[in-house]
Design a protein around this ligand. Sequence first.
Ligand SMILES: Cc1cc2nc3c(=O)[nH]c(=O)nc-3n(C[C@H](O)[C@H](O)[C@H](O)COP(=O)(O)OP(=O)(O)OC[C@H]3O[C@@H](n4cnc5c(N)ncnc54)[C@H](O)[C@@H]3O)c2cc1C
Length: 400
Amino acid sequence: MKLNEDQLTLQKWVHDFAADVVRPAGEEWDEKEEFPYPIVEQAKEIGLYSWEFMAEAMMNDPTGLSMPIAIEELFWGDAGIGMAIMGSGLAAAGIASSATPEQMMEWVPQCYEDEKGNLALGAFCASEPDAGSDVGGYRTSAKYDEAKDEWVLNGTKAWITNGGISNIHVVVAVIDPELGSKGHASFVVPPNTKGLSQGQKYKKHGIRASHTAEVVLDDVRVPGRCLLGGKEKLDERLARVRRGEKGNSQAAMQTFEATRPAVGAQALGVARAAFEYSLQYAKEREAFGRPIIMNQSIAFMLADMATEIEASRNLIWRAAWLGKNKGFVNAEGSMAKLKAGRTATWVTERAIQILGGYGYTREYPVERWHRDAKIHDIFEGTEQIQQLVISRAISGLRIE
Ligand SMILES: Cc1cc2nc3c(=O)[nH]c(=O)nc-3n(C[C@H](O)[C@H](O)[C@H](O)COP(=O)(O)OP(=O)(O)OC[C@H]3O[C@@H](n4cnc5c(N)ncnc54)[C@H](O)[C@@H]3O)c2cc1C
């Protein structure tokens, strides 16, 4: 597919930032296992970390390709830092999926910048210690205090990107436990709200520059206007669910479905980085008196890597185009994420093989990229959850 002028400009802009700023910093922030504030500040300075960029990339490109193009380049630079830059986008997407226009205008910009113009972060808090894939098993509760027009949130959220260090936390909570995931609603917890705190910060296998932590909600009181979509709409939706009407899923829970092509693009960036690096290495490294690429076993490995990457990109771009133009990408989004996640894990492992002993050491980046790649088989729906979505779509059956 031929990209248009705007898309090529965007691709070059993000690539240059990834090559000049992100990639050189990747090793340092992986070692530190800290949120890379100085790098995210630089992304903010050039406008890459901003709600305006997200809105422009998501709304103004009729092909839907801007976001996957930008994400692939950024994650080609480094996935941990890429995640630090893109993590707030999940909170923004969680708000956009359920909010009224007024709520969007109030809360989405605050995921990127506070009222003084300083860097701000957003977190989307859905998963819980006892329920990740099984969204119907969430326990975090939201109770309405009518006298004060306030909602009271209690519970613990697990593995939350930017959890506890964010200005805006978007929290999915249970209103009616009888209704499973359809009995949920989403709330914005504004900055400095009492009762919200960070629990344990996780030490991770990969994407270690990205902050991942528990979020504890202990009698967190938020004003009625923090319920995304508003109370009237919530009451109407719950009444329809209780009458047994089909559809009526909670919109924020569909956030993961909508963002799956973007997560596929993250994986694609990591895979491409490892492929390019190992291709170059294979041309330069000599064994038995010739470059190792002159052995078919190495050259064919690289041929397969290139093919898997190309196939992943095609699925991602197709899902992104469908999402923009048809509005529904359930199976296609899952196929794109499934394929790209597996590709990244496999390609980065092959890259280590091609680099041999050097590939296994921290002197070379491919072992880090291999650690970074694996998350794409897990978050925003595991491999098996994608297979579940796809198998239901292709069979029309409620596969369990
Ligand atoms: C680094 C990181 C960042 C994250 N960021 C966020 C975030 O910002 N916000 C957020 O809300 N969550 C986040 N998560 C959580 C993530 O989405 C969950 O970890 C993921 O959905 C899987 O849930 P789980 O860990 O509870 O695994 P489980 O659901 O317990 O699954 C364990 C295993 O069982 C399999 N399995 C489960 N159910 C089925 C089934 N029905 N059929 C077949 N196999 C099944 C799974 O595929 C998996 O292999 C993050 C996680 C990580 C590691």
